[in-house]
Write a protein of this length. Structure first.
Length: 141
């Protein structure tokens, strides 16, 4: 039996079997398998209510996978113009965002290219240098 929306309403009959044949809920995935999954996915869907940073969004983008993510907080900031942003509390809005990318190969390709470029704006080296700069300012160097 499948589930729908934030209220965990069981899906019944045709709706459930239709979804289950197209959606795989994997649970824990070993980090060594993530790149292959992102690279082979048609769309990465991440409608989180809250994230401290949104690393999975960048991981997907870095693999050329188009992203549907939350229009809130860090997800919106990290994604920029390189993802389809949705209201994470609206099943209809999430479905619309998924459908938008699923049905439009040109938009998927555009988002994949924008995502690769956006992911390139972030790196651990850049993060470390910016953190060091903050420390230097704090101690007066």
């Amino acid at each position: 039996m499948g589930y729908s929306s934030k209220f965990k309403v069981p899906l019944q009959g045709k709706q459930s079997s239709k979804l289950e044949s197209k959606v795989k809920i994997l649970g824990y995935v070993d980090k060594n398998d993530l790149a292959a999954l992102y690279s082979s996915a048609k769309v990465f869907i991440y409608p989180s209510l809250y994230e401290g940073f949104g690393l999975p969004i960048l991981e997907a983008m870095n693999c050329g996978c188009p992203v549907v993510t939350s229009n809130r907080g860090s997800m919106k900031e990290i994604a920029g113009e390189a993802a389809v942003l949705v209201d994470p509390e609206s099943a209809e809005n999430i479905a619309s965002g998924i459908s938008k990318l699923n049905r439009n190969s040109k938009l998927r390709q555009e988002m994949a290219i924008k995502g690769l470029k956006r992911a390139g704006d972030f790196s651990w080296e850049k993060t470390a240098l910016q953190t060091l700069e903050v420390y230097h300012r704090l101690i007066g160097k």
